[in-house]
Design a protein around this ligand. Structure first.
Ligand code: SAM
Length: 332
C-alpha cells in the first residue's frame, strides 16, 4: 500500500498535516483559552522530544508532509531549538511551521531562522497595549510587536498574524488589523471564536462570524479572493486593493471546513487526535513506553485516521458539541 493510501480516511480525505503540541505550558493566560489558569502536566506525562520525533518520523513515512509546532506556547519548552533542528533534518517533511504568541520570539529569531523555520504564525488579538494585557493577563504587547517587526526585517517570508475575533473585546480593531495588510506583506487571519474548554460556559456571546468580519472590512475597499494551495489550510484568503499582504478568514463554526480537513493532532501528553473539536483520542504514549514496535504505532496512526469523524458538532449555539478539552492542552 502506498504512503498516500495509508493516510486516507473513510471519507476520502488524505491526511498530510500533523499539528504537534510540544508543551501544555504557556506564558500567557488568554481569557478565551486559559481563563482558569493551566493545570500543569507532570513532566513524566509529557512526551519527550525523542518520543515526538519517533512519532513524527513514522507519520512522515505514512504520508505526513507538513508539521506545525504549537502548544501551550512552544517556545517556552527547554531545548526546543535542538528539537526543531532534528525535525528539520527529517527526509520527506516538506514544511515545518510554528505557532507562537510571540512573547519570546525576538530573542529566538536567529536560531529559528538558522534551524530552517521560515513560516511563523503569531497570535495577536489586540494592537493596543492595554487591551492586550486585559485579554492575555500579561503586559507583553511591546515584546510581541517587536518580535513581529524583527521577523519581517529578517526575511521570514510567510508571517501570519492570528486574531481571535471577539465581539465586545476586539471587534473594534478589525479594521486596524485589516489595514496592516495594506503596507505589510503579511497575512492577518481572523479566527472565529470557538466556545470550547473553560471558555464555553460564559463567553458564547463573544462570537462574531467570518461573514460579518468580511462585511466590516469591505468598508476599506473591494476584497478580491486569492487562490491558495490545498495544503495551506482552511482559510478563505482575500486582498484589499493594492495591498502588500492578505486577509484570511477561518470559520470553523459558521462555515465548517471539515470536508477538506487534512489534519491530525498530537497532544503534549502523547494522544493522537483526528479532530480538534471531537474528544476521541488514541494514547500513543502508553504504546511507546511499553515497548511498542514501529508497526504497532503505525497501526494506531492508521486506525486514528480511519476513525476521523466526518465533521465536528460544535456550533455557536450548542453547548460544547463533543469537545470538552481546552485548546492549550490539545494544541490549537
Ligand atoms: N501559544 C501559541 C499561540 O498563542 O499561538 C500556540 C497555542 S494557541 C492555543 C493556538 C491558537 O489557538 C492561538 O492563535 C489562539 O488564539 C487560538 N485559540 C485558543 N483558544 C481559542 C478559541 N477558544 N477559539 C479560537 N481560537 C482559539
Amino acid at each position: 500500500m502506498s504512503a498516500k493510501a495509508l493516510l486516507t480516511d473513510t471519507f476520502a480525505r488524505t491526511i498530510s498535516y500533523l499539528r504537534v503540541s510540544i508543551t501544555d505550558q504557556c506564558n500567557l493566560r488568554c481569557m478565551y483559552c486559559t481563563p482558569d489558569g493551566i493545570k500543569k502536566l507532570a513532566n513524566i506525562d509529557l512526551l519527550t522530544y525523542e518520543e515526538i520525533l519517533r512519532i513524527v518520523t513514522l507519520a512522515v513515512g505514512m504520508g505526513i508532509k507538513k508539521v506545525r509546532l504549537t502548544g501551550g506556547e512552544p517556545l517556552v519548552r527547554r531545548g526546543v531549538m535542538d528539537f526543531i533542528r532534528q525535525l528539520a533534518a527529517l527526509p520527506g517533511l516538506t514544511e515545518i511551521r510554528l505557532t507562537t504568541n510571540g512573547v519570546l520570539l525576538a530573542d529566538m529569531l536567529d536560531d529559528l531562522y538558522e534551524a530552517g523555520i521560515r513560516k511563523l504564525n503569531i497570535s495577536l488579538d489586540s494592537l493596543q497595549a492595554d487591551k492586550f494585557r486585559r485579554i492575555t493577563g500579561r503586559d507583553n504587547f511591546t515584546r510581541v510587536w517587536h518580535g513581529i517587526e524583527q521577523a519581517q526585517k529578517m526575511g521570514f517570508t510567510a508571517i501570519k498574524i492570528n486574531v481571535v475575533a471577539m465581539l465586545g473585546v476586539n471587534d473594534d480593531e478589525i479594521l486596524d488589523f485589516a489595514k496592516l495588510t495594506i503596507t505589510r506583506p503579511l497575512q492577518v487571519r481572523f479566527i472565529e471564536f470557538m466556545p470550547m474548554g473553560a471558555a464555553a460556559a460564559n463567553q458564547r456571546d463573544k462570537f462574531i462570524s467570518a461573514a460579518e468580519i468580511i462585511q466590516r472590512i469591505a468598508s476599506l475597499g473591494e476584497l478580491t479572493p486569492v487562490a491558495r494551495h490545498k495544503l495551506h489550510g482552511p482559510a478563505r484568503i482575500l486582498k484589499l486593493p493594492a495591498a502588500a499582504g492578505t486577509i484570511g478568514l477561518i470559520s470553523p463554526l459558521s462555515n465548517h471546513f471539515c470536508d477538506t480537513c487534512n489534519r491530525l493532532r498530537l497532544t503534549s501528553e502523547g494522544r493522537l487526535r483526528a479532530c480538534l473539536l471531537t474528544d476521541n483520542e488514541t494514547d500513543l504514549k502508553h504504546v511507546l513506553r511499553t515497548g511498542g514496535s514501529d508497526t504497532e504505532i503505525k497501526k494506531l496512526i492508521f486506525e486514528t485516521v480511519k476513525n476521523k469523524p466526518r465533521g465536528h458538532l460544535l456550533s455557536q449555539t450548542q453547548k460544547t458539541g463533543n469537545c470538552h478539552g481546552s485548546m492549550s492542552r490539545i494544541g490549537g
